[in-house]
Design a protein around this ligand. Sequence first.
Ligand SMILES: [Cu+2]
Length: 453
Amino acid sequence: MLNRRQLLGAGAAGGAALISSQAWSKTSNMGLPEAAQMDSATMAITPRPTSGPDYNPVVTLNGWTLPHRMNNGVKEFHLVAEPVERELADGMIAHLWGYNGQSTGPTIEAVEGDRVRFYVTNKLPEHTTIHWHGLILPSGMDGVGGLSHPGIPPGKTFIYEFDLTKSGTFMYHPHADEMVQMAMGMMGMFVVHPKDPTFMPVDRDFLIMLNAFDIDPGTYVPRIMTMNDFNLWTWNSRIFPDIDPLVVNKGDKVRVRVGNLTMTNHPIHMHGYDFKVTCTDGGWVPEAAQWPEVSIDIPVGAMRAYEFVAEHLGDWAIHCHKSHHTMNAMGHDVPTFIGVDKKPLTQKIRTFQPEYMPMGTAGMADMGTMEMPLPDNTVPMMTGWGPYGPIEMGGMFSVVKVRDGIDADDYSDPGWYENPPGEQAYEWTGELPEFASNNSPKTLLTPKPTSKG
Ligand SMILES: [Cu+2]
């Protein structure tokens, strides 16, 4: 009979310590599951399952779901922690750490009641672990290096195995040299579908992981010591204008699940709709307790899901409402010049530097149109063109595109929304009516106090 080492391959010796005899008895001789790899930031649509409970797979913007195999009734996955190259946007590559070829890592999808087994291979230059954020599991499977189990040394494969006792939205990330490994991009989402397919079904189920990097323009590797002043605010390690749109058919019931593994909170604001918070990382919110929002704050280390029925056609912005988080790389030490006449100074500087261009006198919107030479491997601070001009955004921004007649499995970009006649703001060219202001005698409701003798 084969021993454990032969079954798992030479790299698994360290992992054997994790395997309980009970768990081991369920593992059959299938060797390591294939470690699927993804080489691009293209959204991959997962087909519905063909066996087991039915569920509607989630759609990870610019991401994918990790395939699994069944082994004696256990769902087996193979995650590989490794250095990766991630295209943050067209024209900008980041050298990150991630899983199976990408950062963020692939989404894990399984069903409530499943037993899951994760083979985790460490191809990083230092040890790592995986913490299954929000899942209820045995203490020794919780992935806190040094507390739950020893760190996974470079070159080794460990096994995590546990039952999925509840459905909901969870995350995974290292709990070993966490500051470095998370600043380098190691994180992913973990969705557990309800075993009852009639429990809170939706037609479209989108997934966004909020993350952030500090990468100087022209460089490739994040600065890992940054605590607050990140310069790239990303969704699934991607920035506007290259974050996938959320494409929706009119009338669809839509869920958006958002997880936050950055160093600050993000108020996610969606235009055109109000919606209800239906799930937190603690579980589903009963209908009577669901509260309406138009901006939902996602705390650090937390997840929220919200739902709405897509009744309103159009192109609706969805973004973080911290305005610095809808900008790409910028210098934060730029002084404010609004209202300052820089002409005399500009003339003086131009005698030494003829190409000098003053900026920011009327605001910073000119950044959206400027075609200034940038260092290699960066993107403009605000960018992206819509049908009516520059959108002047970056970072955590995308568009919810609600259209008539989109097929159930179609997530391709339908282009820009054409506003029906009479439904778009337009320029007034007539004479302006005289607006009363509150210093007009007509609008003074409270008579001024008169001095009485
Ligand atoms: Cu934000």
